[in-house]
Design a protein around this ligand. Structure first.
Ligand code: ADE
Ligand code: ZN
Length: 326
């Protein structure tokens, strides 16, 4: 499995901030941290649902201040990804988590962009950025962020929606998503696992917003007609088993397998690996899937990437060649 080429499509760059780098950035920026060392910091990662995770996640990213900070963050992830044979990544970033505390949009995106260019040259990993809006902020702030992103449109492949889903349905962002589509962005959205109104949220993203992909979304199994719809439309579902294990009652492995069996384009990803203690390889291992099932989820991932057809086909050919080797 380690040798197979992979694509990662559900990865929050701020969720890759490992404690070691947090300490280094705090030192660089002259900031104090409420922990004496890396072990103490990790021990304080106590969360058992989405809101308690998000609190730790937003606190952690306060050490990110300058363009080199964002560059180092993204380079560290891309190095780790390359070591697991990730050949292509679509990387979420949360600009509002930074602009809301005074770090300019331009600083964030320039650091990330420079890392992506260097990683492609130095590591052979290709990557694109997906800009996420925070759903627990007002829709007006998301719209303002969308407008602020337009000068950098060539650097952003699509938009997503993350943060706390409770009380923040997809419909709240319908106008933002409509404008994003008009601007040429591709569309995805978190449908986090076991949320209040999970099925209604999944219905909204599929039928009202008409997204190109869904992040998480395993609750779709509760409505066979919606499963049939994602199968028919070839919509990808970016699942994250270890993350599920932290913020819900289980990794939802059986649900993921059922979706795969029913022909949904399920993919396996790491979400926030510095907090959920596993990158894409560990998430694949956690499933205990057969080799054929693993190859199928890797195939699905390349198939639902936001890449042009000829690049998808190149990666798929690489995967098939690697998969037949004994
Ligand atoms: N932000 C970072 N990780 C997230 C997740 N798993 N769900 C919602 N928002 C997030
Ligand atoms: Zn996520």
């Amino acid at each position: 499995m380690a040798g197979l080429p992979k694509a990662e499509l559900h990865l929050h760059i701020e969720g890759t901030l490992e404690p070691e780098l947090k300490f280094e950035l705090a030192r660089r920026n002259g900031l104090g941290l409420p922990y004496g060392n890396v072990e103490e910091m990790r021990a304080a990662y106590a969360f058992d649902d989405l809101p308690s995770f998000l609190k730790v996640y937003y606190e952690g990213m306060e050490v990110l201040r300058t363009e080199p900070d964002f560059y180092d963050l993204a380079m560290a992830y891309l190095r780790k990804a390359a070591s697991q044979n990730v050949r292509y990544a679509e990387i979420f970033f949360d600009p509002q988590a930074h602009t809301s505390r005074g770090v300019p949009f331009d600083v964030v995106i320039r650091g990330l962009r420079r890392a992506l260019l260097d990683a492609e040259k130095q590591l052979g990993v290709r990557a694109q950025l997906i800009m996420c809006f925070l759903r627990d902020f007002q829709a007006e702030y998301a719209m303002a962020t969308l407008l602020e992103s337009l000068p950098y449109k060539e650097w952003i492949v699509g938009v997503g929606l993350d943060s706390d889903e409770k009380g923040n349905p997809p419909a709240k962002f319908a106008a933002v998503y409509e404008r994003a589509r008009q601007e040429g962005y591709l569309l995805t959205m978190h449908c986090d696992v076991d949320q209040e109104n999970s099925i209604e949220h999944i219905r909204q993203v599929l039928q009202d917003i008409r997204v190109d992909r869904i992040d998480h979304g395993v609750n779709i199994l509760e409505d066979p007609a919606l499963v049939a719809e994602v199968v028919e439309r070839g919509i990808g579902l970016t699942c994250c088993p270890i993350s599920n294990g932290y913020v819900t009652d289980s990794m939802k492995v059986e649900g993921i397998r059922k979706l795969l069996e029913q022909g949904a384009r399920v993919t396996i990803n790491s979400d926030d690996p510095a907090y959920f203690t596993g990158y894409v390889q560990e998430n694949l291992e956690a499933l205990n899937f057969t080799r054929d099932e693993i190859v199928q989820v890797l195939r699905n991932a390349f198939e639902v990437t936001w890449l042009p057809r000829h690049l998808k086909d190149g990666y798929l050919a690489e995967l098939e060649a690697a998969a037949v080797r004994p």
